[in-house]
Unconditional design. Structure first.
Ligand SMILES: [Zn+2]
Length: 77
C-alpha cells in the first residue's frame, strides 16, 4: 500500500510514499488533523492505496487570486 499525494483541484500528482506508517507519523502532520479534516483529505482508494488530497502551490496561488475558483472546485465535487 502506498500513500499518494495529489492536488484536489488540478489532479496533479505531488508524490507517493511507499510507507503507510507515514500516515500516523508526525513527519507529514496528518495525525494533527481533526477527524473531520482527515475524512476530507484522506481517502482510501479501491486500488488499495491511500489518497491524500491537498492543494498544490499553483492552485493555492490561483485560489488567492481568484476565489471563484474555489466555487468551481465545489461544483466539480
Ligand atoms: Zn493544483
Amino acid at each position: 500500500m502506498a500513500i499518494r499525494y495529489y492536488c484536489r483541484h488540478c489532479g496533479t500528482s505531488l508524490g507517493t510514499f511507499e510507507d503507510e506508517q507515514l500516515l500516523v507519523s508526525p513527519q507529514l502532520g496528518l495525525n494533527e488533523l481533526s477527524d473531520e479534516e482527515q475524512q476530507q483529505i484522506i481517502h482510501y482508494g479501491s486500488d488499495g492505496n491511500v489518497h491524500v488530497r491537498v492543494t498544490c502551490e499553483h492552485c493555492e496561488e490561483a485560489l488567492e487570486n481568484n476565489p471563484d475558483f474555489y466555487m468551481l472546485d465545489r461544483w466539480i465535487q
